[in-house]
Design a binder for this molecule. Structure first.
Ligand code: NAD
Length: 671
């Protein structure tokens, strides 16, 4: 039986773009690592890249040890000698419980390696491949024991991209999948499980479909590249336009991945615009030109999308991606949560693909697909049976109250910088500038403050959850709004911000902060003003203001000290270091850590739980703890006794005590 905790030594084969990053992650996770490539020159280059990257992490405060301590765990080895795998590689493998292969995308090479490794590694070991497009099952077929072979698909760059797809080959054992999920977590990643070895797994399949349709729209002259991208950026609020992303990642990469998927039987739309760019070697950022121009090849400059061009039907643009996700869900390739996590973390979408589907309307997506099917006769546009069933049953998404999710009486108001979603008896306040990692601007402060006032007056709302849209909770105050300001302006901003944090702290209803990705600076200050903080495992928290020459200005120096104690607070504030969720949990900065895909569900169920409690007693509990904490114990106890006795004037106490005696659930009314 292979267990994650038995893995001590890891051999990473291939030290290129992916391999060196994977080796770095493994070493950071504490494993002893052998890093193998064909010659010392490549290996030395890989080690210096690792050293550079660790240095960057250390600068950001995201490294808990010295760079040299981590590098010291990596031993470079030459993997081939005279055209065959070397003795050195054999020795490293014989010591390793895990191999992660990241050699070029060549089936024969990978099979040879797996055959070789499977005979040298110990019985209880795992052989993982980072392939993007080759079948895990075919790679596994060359190994002595295919049940130990698994896909472990990292994203580029592995150190920064939070997602890992764990792919089950036809014969992969459950225990191997479980162990790799654990190992990915230990490397600080969020794993999702791909239950069937389908070409493209989750992320590339969904993305491939989006690219397909985007291409089709442009090929048919239905819209321009700029219009598609403006729609993706402004309407769907993706971090990049579709063609911008192609340029960024390399048009050649997409062209070849799509071709590989087509060769494996996936029906892919022909795409003239991609083919033309590919043949003209206009690969995007790397060659200086793709769909956009980049004056300095290799250096990405974000194209400026124009809001007025955002006029493509978003249901059309998303149609194939939603259809693909429905297929993956219906056929059991992955769970709904894992598909949502994949597109959020792998593609940076602010919402899951099923959330988009519900918002756009399942009927509109099916209509768009059916129209394309009728026009082209292509099978790829056939709406998935799951979507067709949903339409038949009237599950059209948000508008009908049910789709992939259920929306019992959901009301949503979209403001310029936030979204207020009432899901009575709870409300969500969503920081919504995902393209800026929800940087907090004066406008956002104003909207947050107003939203809290309104929700406070709404008798049907009993608890509020604050969260961020997209990849982060909030990366902090919008420093661009600090340009050319006077100290007085900053003072006012700080005061306004402090006013908001006080409003949160002394709000008459409980507030939960649901934190994922970055919660930095002002973002953390907002989270700290909530009553309870739930973090997803990918969260990173910190007060990095010191690196910009200033200090937290919205209560950070005060609340952090009260939450984690002055010594830890000073360390965090003075170093500017970030702490990952698990460490934040240890120091009491967050109340609990949950799986990335389940943050909303956990926050919702906690909010619903609080919503059932007696509202006045909740308010008194907050006040007694928070106000009492500021004074001496005598003052605190006097306050507690006062509030305690005051509650005995409420109907809720009568209800609570009666329900207890009658052994039924109490129904508190807040009176
Ligand atoms: P790469 O070309 O940058 O690196 C591959 C490395 O393998 C090279 O350094 C090469 O010298 C080395 N190599 C070749 N033969 C070898 C051998 N016999 N033994 C040891 N090393 C050998 O490629 P990459 O982009 O890192 O991709 C590696 C794998 O990861 C591929 O399967 C690819 O599909 C997958 N992948 C790539 C990305 C990406 O964005 N680049 C993302 C996810 C997965």
């Amino acid at each position: 039986m292979v267990r994650a905790e038995d893995i001590k030594v890891v051999t990473v084969v291939g030290a290129g773009t992916m391999g060196h990053g994977i080796a770095e992650l493994a070493a950071m996770a504490g494993y002893k690592v052998y890093l193998a490539d064909v010659n010392m020159e490549i290996l030395n280059n890989a080690i210096s890249k690792i050293r550079w990257s660790l240095g960057k992490l250390a600068e950001k405060g995201a490294l808990r040890e010295s760079v040299e301590a981590v590098v010291g765990r990596i031993t470079p080895i030459v993997s081939v000698k005279e055209g065959a795998f070397s003795e050195e590689l054999a020795r490293a493998l014989s010591e390793s419980q895990l191999m992660i292969e990241a050699v070029p995308e060549n089936l024969k090479l990978k099979q040879d390696l797996f055959a070789f490794a499977s005979l040298r590694m110990p019985q209880e070991s795992i052989l993982a491949t980072n392939t993007s497009s080759l079948p895990i099952t075919e790679i596994a077929s060359a190994a002595a024991d295919p049940s130990r072979v698994v896909g472990m698909h990292f994203f580029n760059p592995p150190v920064l991209m939070p997602l890992v797809e764990v792919i089950r080959g036809a014969k992969t054992s459950d225990e191997v999948v479980r162990a790799v999920v654990e190992i990915a977590r230990k490397m600080g990643k969020t794993p999702v499980i791909v239950n069937k070895d389908v070409p493209g797994f989750i992320v590339n399949r969904v993305l491939g479909r989006l690219m397909n349709v985007a291409c089709f729209i442009v090929d048919k002259g239905m819209a321009s590249v700029e219009e598609v991208d403006a729609t993706a950026f402004y309407v769907l609020r993706f971090p990049m336009g579709v063609f911008e992303l192609a340029d960024y990642s390399g048009i050649d990469v997409f062209y070849l991945v799509t071709k590989a998927m087509a060769e494996r039987g996936v029906e892919v739309l022909p795409c003239r615009v991609f083919e033309e760019k590919f043949l003209a070697k206009k690969y995007g950022v790397k060659s200086g030109e793709g769909f956009y121009k980049y004056p300095e090849p290799g250096k990405f400059v974000k194209p400026s999308h124009q809001k007025e061009l955002a006029k493509v039907d978003p249901a059309l643009l998303m149609s194939l991606a939603v259809n693909e996700a429905a297929y993956l869900l219906r056929t059991g390739v992955a769970s709904k949560e894992d598909i949502e996590t994949s597109v959020k973390l792998g593609l940076g979408w602010p919402k899951g693909v099923f959330e988009y589907a519900d918002e756009l309307g399942i009927d509109r997506v099916v209509e768009a697909l059916s129209r394309l099917k009728a026009e082209t006769g292509m099978e790829v546009f056939s709406p998935d049976p799951l979507l067709q069933d949903m339409v038949r049953q009237g599950k059209l998404g948000r508008k009908s109250g049910e789709g992939f999710y259920s929306y019992a009486a959901v009301e949503e108001v979209v403001k310029e910088t936030i979204i207020i979603r009432k899901e009575k008896p709870i409300a969500w306040v969503i920081l919504n500038r995902p393209e800026r990692l929800n940087a907090i601007s004066p406008k956002m402060l104003e909207e947050l403050s107003k939203a809290l006032d309104e929700l406070e007056e709404d008798k049907e709302i009993r608890a509020v959850v604050i969260k961020g849209a997209g990849r982060a909770f909030s990366a902090g105050a919008d420093v661009t709004s600090f340009a050319a300001v006077t100290p007085m302006d900053v003072m006012k901003f700080s005061r306004k911000f402090q006013e908001l944090t006080l409003k949160m702290q002394f709000y008459t209803k409980p507030i939960i902060a649901a934190v994922h990705g970055y919660a930095l600076g002002g973002g953390l200050e907002i989270a700290m003003s909530a009553d309870i903080r739930i973090a997803s495992e990918d969260a990173m928290l910190g007060q990095p203001e010191i690196n910009l020459g200033f200090i937290p200005g919205a209560g950070g120096t005060q609340r952090l000290a009260r939450i984690v104690g002055p010594a830890r607070a000073k360390e965090l504030i003075m170093t500017g270091d970030f702490v990952p969720a698990t460490e934040a949990l240890k120091m009491g900065l967050v109340n609990r850590v949950v799986k990335a895909g389940s943050l909303d569900d956990e926050a919702r169920s906690l909010a619903l739980k609080l919503a059932e409690k007696p509202p006045l007693a909740l308010m008194m509990a907050k006040y007694s703890v928070d106000l009492g904490y500021e004074g001496t114990i005598w003052e605190g106890l006097a306050l507690e006794a006062g509030l305690f006795s005051l509650l005995f004037s409420t109907e809720d106490v009568i209800e609570g005590v009666s329900a207890f005696l009658e052994k039924r659930r109490p129904k508190f009314r807040g009176r």
